[in-house]
Design a binder for this molecule. Sequence first.
Ligand SMILES: Cc1cc2nc3c(=O)[nH]c(=O)nc-3n(C[C@H](O)[C@H](O)[C@H](O)COP(=O)(O)O)c2cc1C
Length: 220
Amino acid sequence: MTVIGISGSPIANSNTDRALQIALDATGQETEFIKLSDYSYSPCRACLGCEHTNICVIKDDATDLAQRIRHADALIVAGYTPYSSLDGWTKSFLERLYQLRHQNGLMMGKPGGIIITSAVPPGNTMLPPACAHAISSATFYMMEEGMEIVGSVGILGNIPCIRCNNEEHCKMSGVKMMFGPDTVRESVKIQNIEDQKETVSALVAMGMDIGKRVENSREK
Ligand SMILES: Cc1cc2nc3c(=O)[nH]c(=O)nc-3n(C[C@H](O)[C@H](O)[C@H](O)COP(=O)(O)O)c2cc1C
């Protein structure tokens, strides 16, 4: 009986990963952290090969991971926002959870939490609302499976351009796009989830809430 957290961030020890770990630790339950980019899988092929068995017919890692999620008590989905949308690792994996749906609604009633890292600075209304868009995407998955959506937390992350040596002369600089045409990458504050105190509190609160619901459902 566990709370499983999936991270769609392929970056090692990313803000997304660390935020997920904070929420998992706060559940007070046995937890499992799954970094999706450590596995190999494709999106759902819509073949309906799972319709009678709730087991996907594709022989790859998502089939096994989905069966682990089937037996978990709760799920926390953590993703990030390339092109202002939910990342492909997370989206493809959520599609593969379609196998748990048919006849039995195997995710129904399970508590779910969502964590999304995006780089749009607060108050910036010129860029697409990446965080809200990705939260919606993960929320719709949980809604459509009848999960109990406990909450969602948005985190401020870093754009890849702050690690790029060509940034100064780049026509497509994300630094300039996010922070204005005169900004240089050295002046951009590097975001660490541990410094975002209110966000950490929100992650802990969400994790504790999920933990309590798991405890309550076990007592019933
Ligand atoms: C390929 C790529 C594209 C990205 N595009 C966007 C974007 O369009 N909007 C946005 O808010 N953040 C964008 N980001 C930044 C991420 O949403 C996020 O802040 C960062 O990748 C999180 O990494 P971290 O968990 O290591 O901090 C992009 C990141 C990558 C790697």
